[in-house]
Design a protein around this ligand. Structure first.
Ligand SMILES: [Zn+2]
Length: 285
């Protein structure tokens, strides 16, 4: 009998996550790599920050783990941890938005799709905002906008650089135009950071799409992506239908964007911190 075989009956009881993606539960000790299909010992995989030790495939990281990776000794101070959306539109899709928020908050222990934190990176004080792709697809609503705006203010006040790690499906549908307004709000805040001559580094991870790509993810003094990340504005089908042309292979992946001048670098996750450290030295001396 194989360790990984699941019987059909238990399959049917598998929970589904909010965005409709099916979550496959292995027995907890092992992880199947989506890239090379090999079975990896989960501890080994996690110790490698969700990068496959066999083929180097980068799997998504949650916001908290990302901060542990980037901050010196994994230590940081969190801000606005309890800032929550007030559901201003009283929006209802397949279920009321306030219920969706509550269940996401319970599932992730986050108030919204972004953690704002301060600490040190390569010995330098820094603000890092880290998005969580699990929280309603890492979508950007009023809370994400407000947290980033306040992080910028803190960066100016404390005279530190800012990093935003994006992992987002774009603007949050349930907040309608209010979520779109965050694009302008964050862009304006980043302008003030620029006027204060403080560097902003944007890290684009899988996925960075929609309104996030169309605003702060592409506004960095450096725009750095992880290998193989999906980065784009509209989805490929919409683009194909609009321009009536077949799109080239992998055209919304990091490597393609780098080749076509849309990114400054594609850096593997395990080298990211060292790369940022060197960049900050370049910016700040
Ligand atoms: Zn692999």
């Amino acid at each position: 009998m194989s360790w990984f075989k699941r019987d059909k009956a238990s399959d049917q009881k598998l929970p589904t996550v909010e965005n409709g993606e099916r979550k496959v539960r292995t027995e907890g000790l092992w992880q199947k790599c989506e890239g090379c299909r090999q079975i990896i010992w989960k501890k080994e995989w996690e110790a490698n920050w969700n990068v496959c030790p066999k083929c180097g495939m980068h799997t998504r990281l949650d916001a908290l783990t990302r901060l542990k990776l980037l901050f010196d000794d994994g230590e940081f101070e969190e801000f606005e941890a309890n800032l929550k959306s007030s559901d201003p539109l009283k929006f209802v899709d397949s279920k009321p938005y306030h219920e969706r928020l509550a269940s996401m908050q319970a599932a992730t222990s986050l108030s919204d799709a972004l953690i704002s934190a301060a600490g040190k990176l390569a010995g330098r004080p820094i603000q890092i905002c880290s998005m969580d792709p699990r929280f309603i697809g890492g979508s950007m609503g009023s809370v994400v906008g407000e947290k980033i705006a306040r992080a910028v203010e803190r960066a100016i006040e404390r005279h530190t650089p800012l990093i935003i790690v994006s992992a987002s499906g774009g603007a949050r549908m349930q907040e309608g135009a209010i979520s779109l307004m965050q694009m302008a709000k964050i862009s304006a805040a980043l302008m003030r950071l620029d006027e204060a001559h403080l560097p902003y580094i944007s890290i684009l991870t899988d996925p960075t799409t929609g309104g996030v790509t169309a605003s702060y993810a592409m506004l960095g003094d450096l725009n750095i992506a992880e290998p193989g990340a999906l980065i784009g504005f509209a989805g490929p089908r919409v683009i194909e239908q609009t321009i009536r042309q077949k799109l080239p292979e992998g055209f919304q992946r990091s490597e393609f964007l780098l080749k076509h001048g849309m990114l400054d670098a594609v850096i593997p996750r395990l080298e990211l911190k060292a790369y940022i450290g060197t960049s900050l030295k370049f910016f700040l001396g």
